[in-house]
Design a protein around this ligand. Sequence first.
Ligand SMILES: Nc1ncnc2c1ncn2[C@@H]1O[C@H](COP(=O)(O)OP(=O)(O)OP(=O)(O)O)[C@@H](O)[C@H]1O
Ligand SMILES: [Mg+2]
Length: 369
Amino acid sequence: MYKKLRLIQSGTFGTVYKAWSTEHNCYVALKITPKYKTSEASIQNEYDVMKVLSSHNSHPNICSMLDFYTDDSYYVMVLEYCECGDLYDFLDIAKSQGTPSSSSLIQIDMQKIIKQLYSAISFAHSLGIAHRDIKPENVLLTINGDVKLADWGHAIQSTKSNDFQIGTDNYRAPETFSSCFDNSCFRRRLDQLQAPLYNTYKADYWSLGATIFYLMFGDCLFRVSKSKKSQHLRNLKEFEKNPFAFIYEKYVVPRLPCGYNDEEDLHMSLQQTRQYFWQDLPDIYDVFHLCKIMVDTLLIVSNAEERSMEAFINQVDFAWNKDTSIDSSFNYQSKINLFWEQWSISAESTPANFQLKNFEKPCLVQESK
Ligand SMILES: Nc1ncnc2c1ncn2[C@@H]1O[C@H](COP(=O)(O)OP(=O)(O)OP(=O)(O)O)[C@@H](O)[C@H]1O
Ligand SMILES: [Mg+2]
């Protein structure tokens, strides 16, 4: 028996409640979907996937299904309850609390979240399951700050697919957009027949990168407006030309404090920014480093086959490399110079609205032009 306690979330397809389970003697989440809002095939798919994932070898970072019920009107999925809700809402609270002058009360252990997400995705892939909708809203958090990857409603038990409408636009891999840009239904169907299959695991890798990107910047790498899908393409082309300059200009610079008098002043300002955005990353250099690793391993546009979650995770600890951040002279300029070199940002892609006083592009890069 379940005692409904409160509404957690009401979405397009159904409603999620917190409830008490007398049978399991614990809180659970009831995901209730009215039958008229979904197809039997779609629920059957989610159920089958959850069954595989929740079997006796269930994974600590995947939200398990404890039970399943149906009657004439509803499907009810009984899920492990995650006290801290989803990562999107969690970050929203952190954002509303943290300001440049006061730190957020919510502390985010980015390194742990990344590792646990990687572990959950690897586990699913090892069972032949691709998630296909990895995004902050589907990453749940327990009271201990552990990750539970949820919402397997779009999952597929196959490494290949030519479904182009699956997932959430802002987090979807570029190759999964292939047939979305033409409004003609006929054309889309034709495309679907002719389109090459894409690798569903590699598409998940991109979504993981886009989710971590959101975690770092509180914003999406690209935003796809429903009316203007070409917006995504335009951003994508710009991104592909120089991913580092793109991230730097659009996401890093606006988060850097504007105006500082000396190195120590800059250091203090960056520390304050970190209290909200890059909490557990030791300093700005490590933020750049994590971006670089993501771009090199997960956010590869032109050849999805080159994406590697293993390469990503093998390098990820470097972003928390304490040695690079302990610098007795607080020499940020030299660290940032190093970043310019590493990312080969050319004079042309220098952000036009560069806001930091006394902050100049290193001579080295200018000379090598
Ligand atoms: N087990 C759970 N514990 C706590 N909160 C949950 C749980 N499951 C889902 N939620 C909350 O409900 C929201 C919707 O759940 P879920 O993503 O599974 O449903 P959905 O109908 O597929 O939603 P959408 O179509 O919007 O993705 C989640 O983003 C999360 O905030
Ligand atoms: Mg969801």
